[in-house]
Design a protein around this ligand. Structure first.
Ligand SMILES: [Zn+2]
Length: 128
């Protein structure tokens, strides 16, 4: 995200962009299952519902991440409950805690104190 200078470059968004470009149209993403190492945030959850993905499988919960800040006190499970109550939205199934223990090991090994700084990340400039 920082290295790409793109605040929307969350793993889920990057995966959806790549799948869309590979398949050639967003309609082909309808019914797809998206796998994520962590519960998608509200930004990613909205995009997932708009493309018609009908299943999300994730490992760690948002609350497992030390820097987690839920917007509107919402998470994917709550968003899916709202989406599934709408008559004209794609149905969204949410499967949580898939390989969660392994995800927690990785999260706990991450240097969170360094990740919280707002220091500028210099990007190497390409030549030519
Ligand atoms: Zn996200």
């Amino acid at each position: 995200m920082r290295a790409d200078l793109d605040p929307t470059a969350h793993a889920e968004i990057v995966a959806i962009r790549k799948a869309w470009r590979f398949l050639g149209s967003w309609q082909k993403l309808a019914g797809a299952t998206l796998y994520s190492s962590c519960e998608p945030c509200l930004l990613c959850s909205f995009v997932i519902t708009q493309i018609g993905s009908n299943r999300v499988v994730f490992a760690a919960r948002g609350t497992d991440v030390p820097t987690y800040k839920p917007m509107l006190d919402c998470d994917l499970t709550k968003a899916a409950a709202w989406v599934n109550a709408q008559p004209d939205w794609f149905h969204l199934e949410v499967v949580s805690d898939f390989m969660r223990e392994r995800a927690l090991e990785i999260i706990n090994a991450f240097p969170w104190s360094q990740a919280q700084t707002r220091e500028t990340v210099d990007r190497p400039r390409s030549i030519g």
